[in-house]
Design a protein around this ligand. Structure first.
Ligand code: PGA
Length: 251
């Protein structure tokens, strides 16, 4: 067995229920800690989750008044550009849920401030009490946040260069606009300090990388495999991403 199963919860749900299931994981956390610090990723994967949060908030059913948000990555130099992950997160989640800037621990993106700003970000993260629940997407190459293959399990927040596969996959989000090939990411060591991690996975294209991340021996070649060291790991997959759910250990 690849895990101490008490630390892993695996949820596999039909695609149509996936967004609501993700929202329930957040709601359960907010019930315990209304001012929790929540890590939120960008990308295609979390979109049904964020749509559900907007819906719940619109109906006055989400306790969104106090929780704080931690960014998990951003593009280097993105502050000056119109399209970037902070703006995306702001448009999709922060503004719709009424989460003001004072409740967001934003990833530094100014190249002139590196690497000092990364150390300062880590210090602030400690000052804010650390992350309570970090949602993460799973890259097609096994990256988490922008920790590409080869990232060390004890790595900290830093500037990284996106590898070719990631740059190609993400270019679609920029619709032809110039995309920086450098990013700032929480380190794997930083991520592992979260009190809980929820790995979000959708679609058949991620099924093999999810299987390998959870069941193959841990390796820096597959950064997501280190998530098995998390204090508590929740995996939320749709049935396409985990078609053979029985192979995974359940809590
Ligand atoms: P995706 O990306 O959600 O857009 O598939 C996940 C990731 O690259 O981390």
């Amino acid at each position: 067995m690849a895990f101490e199963s008490t630390r892993l919860q695996m949820h596999v749900v039909p695609a149509a229920e996936w967004g609501a299931a993700a929202a329930r994981i957040l709601e359960a956390e907010l019930l315990l800690r209304p001012a929790a610090l929540i890590g939120l990723p960008t990308g295609n994967t979390p979109q049904p989750f964020y749509a559900e949060l907007r819906r719940l908030h619109g109906e006055g059913k989400l306790a969104a008044g106090q929780f704080r948000v931690l960014m998990v990555d951003d593009y280097l130099g993105a502050g000056q550009l119109a399209t970037n992950s902070y703006h995306w997160l702001s448009r999709e989640v922060l503004r719709p849920l009424g989460i003001g800037d004072g409740r967001v621990l934003r990833m530094p993106t100014d190249p002139a401030q590196m690497p000092v700003a990364c150390a300062e970000f880590e210090r602030q993260l400690q000052q804010w009490g650390g992350c309570d629940l970090m949602f993460l997407g799973l890259g097609p190459n096994g990256h988490v946040a922008f920790n590409e293959p080869g990232s060390g399990a004890s790595s900290r927040t830093r500037v990284v260069r996106l590898n070719e596969a990631t740059a190609r996959a993400n270019a679609a989000y920029w619709r032809g606009a110039f995309m920086p090939h450098e990013a700032v990411t929480l380190g794997l060591g930083t991520i592992l300090e979260s009190r809980a991690i929820c790995l979000l996975v959708r679609g058949a294209a991620k099924s093999e990388v999810l299987r390998a991340a959870l069941l193959e021996p841990e390796t820096p070649d597959l950064p997501a495999s280190v998530l098995r060291r998390a204090r508590r790991l929740i995996v939320l997959a749709d049935t396409a991403a985990a078609p053979d759910a029985d192979i995974f250990p359940h809590a």
